[in-house]
Design a protein around this ligand. Sequence first.
Ligand code: ROI
Length: 167
Amino acid sequence: MQSLSSDAVLAYIGLGSNLQNPSQQLHSARTAITALAYVKELAFSCLYQSLPMGPQDQPDYVNAVMAVATTLAPLELLRGLQGIENNHGRIRGQRWGARTLDLDILLYGDNSIALPDLIVPHSGITERAFVLYPLYEIAPQLTIPNKGKLIDLLANCPLAGLKKLDA
Ligand code: ROI
């Protein structure tokens, strides 16, 4: 991984989609995230197919995790990601319903953030194989603030049908 500039933070972003060619949505989101000012891509996991968590009457998801170096503040990064979701036709409907694109700030350095719009580390992170496995692929040594070592979290998180897709 490249070194960070001195004031940049290493952040991890979770990407998910289960509508309108999910793999393509993730590729396009990656390009858009990389094009954000003050955001530099450091790593991008493989794509993973996963069964829906939550309501089962929706298509399977494609998920991935991206590491970025950023000098944006957490809420600035969040607004940038929400703009990209909106540009990908994200409609905020049913909670835990199908979506064209979901971008979550999983980690922002080793900060714990609890704001009305943003909880970091992401609240569901420890139960979500579709987050933990791609994260492990790009950051096997990671410790998640207040939750422990990623490798220990993985050991307690069943695969739940997660499959790595061919590149
Ligand atoms: N399920 C999977 N497998 N992947 C997701 O990205 C995802 N995102 C969600 C909910 C609806 C909780 N289920 C998911 O927001």
